[in-house]
Write a protein of this length. Structure first.
Length: 108
């Protein structure tokens, strides 16, 4: 599981499934509500002008699992040859939906 840090948000890849026209990824997104706590500098460190040491000590953490469906069957600067692949993709997403989780659609 690899994790990327974005401020106080950490994103870890849990799973990835690559198919001919669709890639499915599962992520764990974790947000620390209180940012990193910084240790106090000792008198010796002040005299030597050392940088403050950061202690990764997250408090009040909340996590959420996210699933990304990436349609890769759309050609750049064009349209798919047939609609069947896209329709299968839409059906796959609809079959995995639950009423308690939001859905986000991103098109570029």
């Amino acid at each position: 599981m690899n994790a990327q840090q974005y401020g106080n948000i950490s994103v870890s890849t849990l799973d990835e499934s690559i198919e001919p026209s669709c890639t499915t990824r599962k992520f764990m997104v974790t947000q620390a509500k209180k940012v990193l706590l910084i240790e106090k500098m000792s008198k010796i460190a002040k005299k030597k002008k050392k940088k403050k040491k950061k202690k990764k000590n997250y408090k009040d953490v909340s996590s959420r699992e996210c699933t990304q469906y990436h349609f890769t069957g759309w050609p750049d600067m064009g349209v798919p040859n047939d609609s069947a692949t896209m329709l299968r993709f839409v059906k796959r997403i609809r079959s995995s939906l639950t009423n308690d989780k939001p859905i986000v659609v991103h098109c570029r």
